[in-house]
Design a binder for this molecule. Sequence first.
Ligand SMILES: [Zn+2]
Length: 848
Amino acid sequence: MRVCTLLLGLSLSMPGLALTSAQYLPSDAELDPAIPTPESVLGWEVGDWRVSHDQLVRYMEALAAASDRISIKTIGYSHEGRPLLQLIFTQPENHGRLEALRLQHLRSAYGDDDGSAPLVLWLGHSIHGDEASGSNAALLSAYYLAASRSDFVTELLKDSIILFDPSLNPDGLNHFASWSNSNRSLHPVADRRHRIHHQAWPGGRGNHYWFDLNRDWLPLVHPESRARVAEYHRWLPQVLTDQHERSSDGYFFQPGVPSRQHPLTPPENLELTQALAQFHARAMDAAGETYFTEDDYDDFYFGKGSTYPDINGSIGILFEQPRISGPEMERDTGLLTFVNAIQNHLRTTLSTLHGAHELRASLKDYQRGFFRTMSERAREAGFAAWVVGDDGDPARATTFLDLLERHQVSFAALDREVRAGGQLFSPGHAWVLPAKQRQFGLLQALMETRTEFQDDTFYDVSAWTQPLAYNLPFARLERLPQTTDGQSSAVPSAPDPEALAWIVPWRQLQAPAVLQSLLAFGARVRAATRPFTATTRNGDLAFGRGTLVVHAGLQDPGLASRALEVLAKAAADGVEVASAVSSLTPDGPDLGGLKFRLVKPVRPLLIVGQGVSSYEAGDAWHHFDQRLGYSPVMVEMHRLDGIRLPDFTHLVMVDGDYRLLAEPLKQRMALWVREGGTLITSGRASDWAEALCFKALPEDCPAGTEKPERDPPATRAHEDFSDDLPQRVIGGAIVATALDLTHPLAYGYSRPGLPLFRRGATLLSPSGNAYSTPLHYAQQPLLAGFIGQQRQDEIRGQPALIAERQGAGLVVRFANNPLFRGFWRGTERLFDNALYMGQVVSATELPE
Ligand SMILES: [Zn+2]
């Protein structure tokens, strides 16, 4: 038996495709033999396999245990419960007084410098989990910082505190490591068509919910970002690195395109980025590696890891290594190996350390200067503060204020009524965000509505104005109004067990989750289709459309008390629940009438898989799971054939390419709608849904759609293409819309102007029914960001959302994703209404 094992036990390890740690590291690095190498802990050499997250953690813990240069802690957990590690490298004497050093550094950063504060650096790796060379290189750079006895490392650790995050996205890293390792052959296949180079949907780029964490530094939707940004502000590093892989050839490091740096970032940031780039260039030149700067990438959207630092007094640096999935891959520039990818990121980590150490005086000066510049800008801003109202929904406002707090922005409660920007802001329902504060730069980035740009090309979105995202009224104030630290918003009273009915206003952020918890156990809940005033324990109160009414007497035996439990818990969490004492109302319909419509439980199916946008499918999954409190049944597009549609009440189709859905399935879907199903689509799924035919007889369906004829374009120079393209691309901007507040899809809204996030070019074909378009783009659509003139002209007055009855069912078409990146909280109610209030949409056919 033993002999067989020896003969047949060919390991999948591949000597020659990996290197020892010593081979990776600079030749002058005399290494302390007491410090464990990655290969001694992992059992294989770096580059041989993609490191899984638990292996990465195991090595970092072993390293920390063996080295007196390291402190290690867990700063949070990913959605899947993986630890978010932070290692701190500095000389041994410093570890006992890290807190004192941190405070000394912050004092220095904020202007009180005695010259002895440490340099603080942050090394971050592989926020895109399938761009794994960063985290694999992190094994080596961590080992180097712990083991090297070189003069350089000794000096570096004496002068610096290095915060080291080996994996910014543990769930994605692990997901991808499983894919890459489980598809790796003993003999590597460099052919790009091979399976290993094409991850299965949705890939390991995102986190658990398929979100791009490198867009979440500003919205902070996810635990990974929240923990990281809290540590970021605790330490306020002078430099932060962000290692990625890109789909094309050529190693990139910042600066990106200089004209595409955000105008709020001080120009000196670019100068220091350029100074650091000299160090990367020297290291890459010495290795004979090619690279580029000042192209492709920018520093505009502050929600990215290399840009967020730029508006917080640090220098963020992006590194992009050509992507590789297996051990080897054929690229246009020749054979790329994983070892080579790791070497490149290791090189620029070391060049960052060298550069930052050499430039430490300038980096510290820059950081102090940054906060000085921001306070000068606040003084010269021409206004004293922003005021933000709660829009009658304290929970939405609280969520927004929580975001401000996480970004260290200070605010106070308004203490006296003010009128600004044509709106009235009242104490208890509004907050003041003063310009005069340390975080003025970031605050401005969160609040501004910029529509003029030096350059019209954007790597990501061109606007993210937070009060527009949260749909909260806001305005600038010329003078600072009276404020108070105390918060006067009243705690909602508990529902009265003896009440005839309990009433939950639908305008509240948490109302859909409350409704879902009630429907989940079979409670009968009705929704108001007209405004009304009810007589309650707290007097006569007015309620809007969509308000939920739970009659105790309408519930099946035993269920009224369960409903009361759910509502009492909701009230304890801040949800307003009123207790009605009579069905007779002083104003509007009586509670027992037909204007209150039963809301039936929903059972949605979310289509996922190849062809579907994983980001938008993730937005929907996350919304259901994290905010509504249940998960849809998720089915890959290619499995739909075997699914019985009548088992579901809703089909959700987010942006994607659905052309592969076969004709018989489309007919089944149309029949399912006619018989009462609700189809919810957005983006390209809405285009696709327009071709569905809901006629009972196939011969009544049109044979095909005719393409409108287009005039050939005027001839332009080939080079003009790059200038013309941004005019046609909507990378992401904020547009104004007009909402029909009487439509069930608008229930819960109280103001007709709803800011919407617009991305892509989907235009909805107008409805043939006059009552089916609850949302139109405004005549002057652009609120913030960039949209080319022709694209603005195209959407003026056009439908943004259409909800049409088809037989007993409903088709809800969104031109844009109402759940954008989980932070566009202002439009998520449209989606929830499509789920719950779509049932209330009446047939609106006028007789001929
Ligand atoms: Zn990336």
